[in-house]
Design a protein around this ligand. Structure first.
Ligand code: PLP
Length: 630
């Protein structure tokens, strides 16, 4: 377990149990021993149709853990409540969840439900997100904020005004100056008094990858001049009282409390200026950016980590706002944050299988056999072989590799000219491989083929090189004897994971055992990955189960199980019509019936129907081969 640093990035939710499997501690530090959930038990229950109550779901699988979600939400609220109380802050914290991080219906509904006692709201950044936020908040606390961010047209703004008519605590945050005219005009036409916010473009800049949209030249928000023009225009139309919220977003994964305090302090000054200019300011919305510790280093130097705890984050925010407001004798505002990553990352685990691994190649065993190599060499290469051998014996490894490379290139040229046969080329390849392995120049990492699409399930690895902890979820009581990279099912060379937490270029992995399965988990991927994933090669999303801690006979209950999209479903996404496609193919089978019996044609048709109905992923036979669905 220490090999994978599970105690570093996984605490307090993930640990290794006495069976060598990963256990979930659903209530974080408050979890009792009997409440721990063994991930392997979940996999067995949901994937094996023969186990009691087994669901026969196909992998890959996302396991959602609502208890973890609840714990994250409560921990965030508790951290701010503590900071507010201990610093004598005279207003409260009231967060919102930015639905873009994971728009899954049950994730959003859980957050609204768990957050109701403390007025937790939602943030939307587009019209469909606003529609979903409106309908979810109807069931929540009426004071919960509904923050409308993102670029807006008149339809978006009308929808937000309509939400106010439904008594939802909606704030239209101006992302561009031009939105103001629409808000003024539409609110008059619809007879709704809007609550308006402005998004400020701060000078404070977060220089890491996740902060590329921050700073003076950032993509979003209003400059100081634009904010002043907004104030003036609202004053002219007698609507300055509608301006009540100041929003900013420094960037995701804010590395340190120093940068955070700098940004929040700058924003608090703007807030105080808006009060001075006559706006009826109530809320400072500090955006997202509360980071999480993907690599377990707890360091602000690593892009995959942050140098603070939840408590330190909350304390830095409250202190920065308080200091500025006290200095300017301004009433403390309600503090809102739009933390996404920090709320949803931990609650979901992606589980997938390694289905085969490239053979372990030992230098003493060339794959084609030693005699074959020596006999197969072209005549003019035999002299090279003797020189190479002599150099290797003398330990002149660098020259040896150089000669080998030259020999190989010469033989490739001869093959292209047609003067060398395939057997001879293979013999030269074999010789060069053998030499580089014998000398230790070759990378010993093996390739583990995984039943997964990186493009669908880990898009940020492909897109922005983001790393996530990936760990076998069982056999952690056995020392892994191999090192591997993970290669996915797509026919795309980018469809592989070859960088791992800690800067490693391979992952310690176990040998695949005959008759056994090998399950890996990707952790901390609950934010962004599902929403960003595409359908490259028409691999759709994984199956999803929702698993709650239960005090019944098992420590858990599967409260929802949804198979991943079928081949038919993903074809439909690209405008194909699976029903028509099936009919066309069935018709063709009937036309080709010829020598086949009617029964054979019917069997073919039902097999085709199953192919449309099954998921695009491989149906795996334990560690030997992957076969298509029967
Ligand atoms: N709010 C805004 C405006 C954002 O752009 C983002 C993410 O980019 C967030 C909130 C969520 O940020 P995070 O997931 O870092 O908390």
């Amino acid at each position: 377990a220490s090999l994978y640093k599970i105690d570093k990035w996984g605490a307090p939710y993930f640990s290794v149990n006495s069976s060598g499997n990963i256990s979930v501690r659903p209530h974080g530090p408050a979890t009792l021993a009997h409440q721990e959930i063994d991930l392997m038990k979940i996999v067995r229950k949901v994937s094996d149709p023969k186990s009691t109550g087994g669901l026969g779901l196909q992998l890959p699988l996302i396991v959602r853990l609502p208890d973890v979600l609840k714990n994250r939400l409560e921990s965030l609220q508790a951290a701010f409540d503590f900071a507010v109380q201990s610093q004598g802050y005279e207003a409260h914290y009231q967060g919102v969840y930015p639905v873009k991080c994971n728009q899954d219906r049950f994730v959003v509904e859980d957050i609204v439900r768990f957050g109701t006692p403390f007025r937790f709201g939602l943030e939307a950044g587009s019209k469909p997100e606003l529609l979903l936020a409106m309908s979810c908040l109807c069931k929540g606390n009426p004071d919960a904020l509904l923050i409308c961010n993102g670029f807006k047209d008149s339809e978006y703004i009308s929808l937000a005004l309509f939400a106010r008519k439904l008594a939802l605590n909606t704030v239209i945050v101006l992302e561009q100056e031009e939105e103001l005219d629409l808000v003024i005009d539409l609110s008059k036409r619809l007879s709704v008094r809007p609550v308006i916010g402005v998004r400020a473009k701060l000078r404070t800049k977060h220089s890491g990858h996740f902060g590329s949209t921050s700073g003076e030249k950032g993509k979003f928000g209003l400059t100081t001049t634009q904010i002043l023009r907004v104030v003036r225009k609202l004053q002219q139309v007698d609507m300055l009282d509608c301006l009540q919220l100041l929003h900013f977003h420094i960037g995701s994964q804010i590395p340190s409390t120093a940068l955070l305090a700098d940004g929040v302090g700058e924003a608090a000054q703007i807030y105080c200026e808006l009060v001075r200019l006559g706006a009826h300011m109530q809320v400072i919305d500090i955006g997202g950016g509360l980071g999480i510790d993907y690599d377990g280093s707890k360091s602000s130097e690593s892009e995959l980590s942050v140098g603070y705890s939840l408590e330190e984050y909350a304390s830095a925010v409250v202190q920065a706002v308080r200091l500025v407001c006290d200095r300017r004798s301004i009433k403390h505002p309600v503090i809102c944050s739009e933390s996404g990553r920090a709320i949803v990352s931990h609650h979901s685990v992606l589980i997938f299988e390694a289905v085969s691994a490239s053979a372990h190649e030992s230098p003493s065993m060339p794959s084609l056999g030693w005699p074959y190599i020596v006999e197969g060499l072209p005549d003019d290469a035999r002299a090279d072989y003797r020189n190479l051998y002599a150099a290797a014996i003398k330990g002149e490894y660098e020259s040896c590799l150089l000669y080998a490379d030259q020999l190989k290139q010469r033989c490739i040229d001869q093959f292209k000219e047609g003067s060398l046969g395939m057997e001879q080329l293979a013999a030269v390849d074999g010789l060069c491989d053998f030499l580089s392995k014998a000398i230790g120049a070759a990378d010993p990492a093996r390739t583990y083929h995984v039943n997964l699409s990186v493009f669908t399930s880990v898009p940020d690895f492909w897109g922005i090189d983001q790393l996530f902890p990936i760990v076998p979820i069982h056999r952690l009581d056995q020392r892994p004897s191999a090192k591997g990279i993970l290669s996915d099912l797509t026919c795309d060379s980018d469809g592989k994971i070859d960088k791992f937490i800690g800067g490693e270029s391979s992952l310690p992995l176990h040998e695949l055992e005959g008759g056994g399965r090998y399950y890996l988990g990707m952790f901390l991927g609950g934010a962004y990955e599902e929403a960003l994933g595409g359908v490259h090669n028409l691999f759709g999303g994984p199956s999803v189960v929702r698993v709650s801690q239960s005090d019944g006979p098992h420590s858990f209950a599967v409260t929802r199980a949804v198979p991943g999209p079928s081949c038919g479903d993903v074809l439909r996404v690209m405008q194909h019509e699976p029903e028509l496609m099936f009919e066309t193919l069935k018709h063709r089978a009937e036309e080709c019936e010829d020598g086949n019996s009617m029964a054979a044609t019917a069997a073919l048709a039902s097999s085709l129907a199953r192919s449309f109905h099954n998921m695009p992923y491989l149906v795996c036979i334990p560690n030997c081969a992957c076969l298509l669905a029967e």
